[in-house]
Design a protein around this ligand. Structure first.
Ligand code: PXP
Length: 254
């Protein structure tokens, strides 16, 4: 059984859509710390947030509060840069997941190019280890990248499942699953922990976990936050109706 890491970035996306740059004294909603607490009570194994360099959703204060207030591990996704290493040292998450970052992208598009940037990434990972923070590298399911992540000193690889999620034919899907199966097997052989995430949802996750071995944690965000809207919408409407005078009685058919 794989563990579940809930990515709550999109709770912050919703908040920022209304409260970007909010003033002290207001109560911006939905609350990101509140989401982390609800998820913890619901039994998720870890909370994931991505502190992007452009701060488009998660803010520094969110990371600080979650790191302080929740007792399950915090997995902080961040760019592999010295300013972000300083942030990690400050907030002390249990784990950092190094991701590539491009300001124009809607979401993380590809895996980290560890093989092409080995020396620099080895230095960044060593700094995080000195701060006693575990390091995961978000990579494509590519054997050279798995080897490079190991060589750079990462303890975990997170396999980028976006390519799998975006396949439109059975054949392409099978090819992706084979790539992931091989990457996971190599990572396990090298002593790396294997996580996976990006684009996993209620309809594609079972096939993925049945095909790919050694999975430790699945990091899933968008699908769960999207589902939560519909699981909760009827109740939210009902609560507002009560506040404004109760639901209208159904007219008598007679
Ligand atoms: N893992 C990583 C490294 C990511 O960047 C993301 C997206 O922020 C996720 C997992 C979760 O992806 P999704 O929101 O599509 O489930």
């Amino acid at each position: 059984m794989a563990e579940l890491g809930l990515n709550i970035d999109h709770v912050a996306t919703l908040r920022e859509a209304r409260y970007r740059g909010w003033k002290r004294g207001l109560k911006p909603e939905p609350g990101v710390l509140e989401a982390a607490r609800v998820a913890e009570r619901a039994g998720v194994d870890a909370i994931t947030v991505h502190l992007r360099e452009d701060r488009r959703h998660i803010q520094d204060a969110d990371v600080r509060a979650i790191a302080r207030e929740i007792s399950i591990p915090l997995n902080l996704e961040m760019a592999a840069s010295l300013p972000m290493v300083a942030k990690a040292r400050l907030y002390r998450p249990e784990e950092v997941c190094l991701v590539p970052e491009n300001r124009q992208e809607v979401t993380t598009e590809g895996g980290l190019e560890v093989a092409a940037d080995l020396r620099r990434l080895t230095g960044i990972i060593a700094k995080l280890h000195r701060a006693k923070i575990e390091v995961s590298a978000f990579i494509d399911a590519d054997l050279a990248q798995v080897e490079a992540a190991h060589e750079a000193g990462a303890q975990t690889v997170e396999l980028h499942t976006g390519g799998y999620a975006n396949t439109t034919t059975l054949r392409a899907r099978k090819q992706e699953l084979t790539r992931h199966e091989r990457a996971a097997a190599l990572a396990n052989k090298l002593g790396l922990r294997v996580n996976a995430g990006h684009g996993l949802h209620y309809e594609n996750v079972r096939q993925y976990i049945e095909a790919v071995p050694y999975l430790h944690t699945l990091n899933i965000g968008h699908a769960i936050i999207s589902r939560a809207v519909f699981v909760g919408l009827a109740q939210a409407v009902g609560e507002m109706q009560i506040l404004i005078g109760g639901p209208q009685p159904v007219p008598n058919a007679d």
